[in-house]
Ligand binder design. Structure first.
Ligand SMILES: [Zn+2]
Length: 269
C-alpha cells in the first residue's frame, strides 16, 4: 500500500495544528474585545441619551422663561394703557388681553413644573439605583436607575479595559505575525502538493474541517480514535501501525499512528 498520500495529509494537519496553537495564544481576546466594545457602545448611548434630554430641557426652559418675560412685558404695557383708557369698552378689551397673557404665563409655568418633575423623578430613580448598588442588588437596577457618575465611571473603566485588551492582542499578533505568515505560506504549498497527489483525501479533509471539527486527522490513542475516543477495531491496528489510516466509524475522522505526526513534525514525509 502506498502510504505517501496519508503522510501528505498528516503534514497538512500538522501545519494546521501549528497555526491553531499560535492562534490559541490569543486566549479568546478577540471575543473579549468584541464584548467590551458592545458594552462600551451601550454605556455611551445611555450617556448620550441623558445628555440629549438635559439639553432639550435647558432649551425648553429658556424658551418658556422668555415667553413668560414676554407676557409680563405685554401685561405691563396693557396696564399702562388701561390708565389711559378713554372708556369702559377700551378698558375691558385691555383686561381681556391681560387675561390672555396671564393664561399664557400659567401654561408656561405648568410646563416648567413638568420639566422639574421629570428631572426630580430621574434623580429619585438614580438615588434608588445608588441604594441598590450599595446593597449589591445589581440585577434589580434598571437602565434609568444607574447614577450618572457610576455610568461615567463605567464608561471610563470599560474603555481602559478595552484598550488594555487591544494592546495585549496587538502585541501577540505582532509577536506571532511572522511565524503565522510563514506557516500560512507552508500550508498553501502543502495544499498545492496534496491537491496534486491526494485530491480525494484532501476533499475528505476539507469536508471534515468545514464543520465545527478542528482536527480532521488524529492519532490513534490507546486503541481509540483520539478525536472522539471510540475504540478502533483490533483488526485495523496493524494497518495503522504500518502507516495506513482508518476512518473512524463514529466521527469520521482520519485516524493514523502517532509516528506519522512525529514524522510530519520533523519534516520526514
Ligand atoms: Zn472518532
Amino acid at each position: 500500500m502506498d502510504h505517501t498520500k496519508i503522510n501528505l495529509i498528516v503534514r497538512l494537519q500538522h501545519i494546521d495544528n501549528q497555526i491553531e496553537s499560535i492562534m490559541s495564544l490569543q486566549k479568546g481576546l478577540p471575543e473579549e474585545i468584541a464584548a467590551l466594545d458592545e458594552d462600551l457602545a451601550f454605556t455611551a448611548r445611555q450617556i448620550e441619551a441623558r445628555k440629549k434630554i438635559a439639553e432639550e430641557h435647558l432649551k425648553l426652559r429658556e424658551r418658556l422663561n422668555a415667553t413668560i418675560n414676554d407676557c409680563k412685558e405685554k401685561i405691563r404695557s396693557f396696564k399702562e394703557k388701561q390708565t389711559l383708557a378713554r372708556n369702559n369698552k377700551e378698558y375691558d378689551a385691555l383686561s381681556k388681553q391681560i387675561e390672555y397673557e396671564e393664561k399664557e404665563i400659567a401654561q408656561a409655568e405648568i410646563k416648567l413644573q413638568d420639566i422639574s418633575h421629570a428631572e426630580h423623578h430621574a434623580q429619585e430613580l438614580q438615588k434608588k439605583g445608588r441604594d441598590l448598588i450599595s446593597e449589591n442588588r445589581y440585577d434589580e437596577i434598571s437602565e434609568e436607575m444607574m447614577p450618572d457618575d457610576v455610568l461615567h465611571q463605567q464608561l471610563e473603566d470599560l474603555s481602559s479595559q478595552l484598550n488594555m485588551k487591544k494592546e495585549e492582542l496587538d502585541s501577540i499578533v505582532i509577536e506571532t505575525a511572522e511565524e503565522v505568515e510563514q506557516l500560512r505560506k507552508t500550508l498553501h504549498e502543502q495544499r498545492t502538493i496534496v491537491t496534486r497527489e491526494a485530491k480525494r483525501l484532501l476533499d475528505k479533509y476539507d469536508h471534515l474541517k468545514s464543520g465545527t471539527m478542528q482536527n480532521a486527522v488524529v492519532k490513534l490513542d490507546r486503541h481509540a480514535c483520539s478525536g472522539c475516543n471510540t475504540r478502533v477495531p483490533t483488526n485495523r491496528h496493524t494497518l495503522i501501525v504500518q502507516g495506513g489510516f482508518y476512518v473512524c466509524e463514529s466521527c469520521g475522522r482520519i485516524v493514523v499512528h502517532e509516528r506519522l505526526f512525529d514524522e510530519a513534525a520533523t519534516g520526514k514525509s
